[in-house]
Design a protein around this ligand. Structure first.
Ligand SMILES: [Zn+2]
Length: 316
């Protein structure tokens, strides 16, 4: 492994004081150096396999050769695998600024979070996923209506990208949010897979510039910046708050906070996230999609996730 290490070319993403090394084309920093800089203590759980960094309030678990890390017990996908060798863990430098810094210390805001744009996925001839005679588009709308009802009851203003079964172009959806001066954009979807055992919750936010995405067949690191990248920091905080709350409140499988360059996230000029809330194709999890009682629990957890995000950024 050490033969793969060489001094990296300059990149802007890593703090200047941290020495960078290149591994298989990715720019890394030593986890111990970054931990010292940010006041985290490091402890090996298993030498060269698993490392814990903590300051009491936040705990980051790193696993060798994994693109998933655990942040306070919740899975988060990062831009490249963690590398461990010779009692040293290496972290992708891109994630220091784009993932870990926003989660460690959110800049507080003086603006309220009051107007929420809900985006029920699909609609009209775009049916989304299908299981038998049931279409994803029906259930994303029912979920959005329930989330909307709860938000309005709590004093929020809600705008929906559609409130009937009609087609809305992907690029138009964030525009609807912008015209309504929405403070957040949240897209609601359900999953399905050929593998019947696939289940759990995924919340996506926009992939930062320079990283490859972590959705199925995600795009490469050479994709251009999008308007949504202006909200990178808030996007992570929103997606993480939703992932954490949904997993904890609903007790379902945690598939991790992920990154994608979905059109609706690319175009959103306010903090945005896309929730894949459950698998329609799973024998028991599909109840979260089809049962109004289970959907209501899901909607409550989404609202609690929004409240968690507001707390994170100190918003009214
Ligand atoms: Zn969908």
């Amino acid at each position: 492994m050490s033969g793969l290490l060489s001094p990296a070319a300059h990149t802007a993403s890593a703090p200047q004081t941290l020495q960078r090394v290149s591994v298989l084309g990715h720019d890394y920093v030593r986890a111990s150096s970054w931990a010292a800089q940010t006041g985290l203590r490091a402890r090996w759980i298993a030498p060269d396999q698993e490392l814990e960094l903590t300051n009491g309030r936040f705990t980051l678990r790193l696993i060798h050769d994994s693109r998933r890390v655990r942040w306070n017990g919740v899975w988060v996908w990062i831009s490249a695998p963690v590398v461990m060798r010779d009692h040293e863990a290496l972290l992708p430098s891109l994630d220091l600024g784009s993932t870990f810094a926003p989660l460690l210390a959110a800049k507080k805001t003086s603006s309220p979070v009051r107007v929420i744009c809900l985006d029920p996925g699909h609609g009209g001839d775009d049916t989304g996923k299908r299981e038998g005679s049931r279409f994803e588009k029906q259930y994303t709308l029912l979920l959005a209506q329930e989330v909307s009802r709860l938000l309005v009851k709590s004093g929020y203003k809600v705008v929906m990208t559609r409130s009937t079964d009609k087609r809305v172009e992907l690029n138009d959806r964030p525009l609807i949010a912008r015209r309504a001066n929405a403070d957040l954009f949240i897209s609601l979807h359900f999953n399905a897979a050929d593998v019947p055992s696939a289940q759990g919750i995924e919340v996506y936010c926009l992939t930062p510039v320079g990283a490859s995405s972590t959705n199925a067949g995600g795009e490469g690191a050479d994709s251009p910046a999008a308007p949504g990248n202006r909200c990178d920091e808030r996007n992570v905080q929103l997606a993480y708050a939703l992932q954490e709350t949904l997993v904890q409140k609903l007790g379902r499988e945690d598939r991790g906070m992920r990154r994608a360059r979905f059109a609706v996230l690319r175009g959103a000029t306010m903090p945005s996230a896309l929730i894949e809330a459950a698998f329609m194709s799973h024998a028991t999890e599909c109840r979260c999609v089809y049962s109004s009682v289970e959907r209501s629990r899901l909607a409550q957890a989404i609202v609690q996730g929004i409240v968690g995000y507001k707390k994170c950024i100190g918003a009214r």
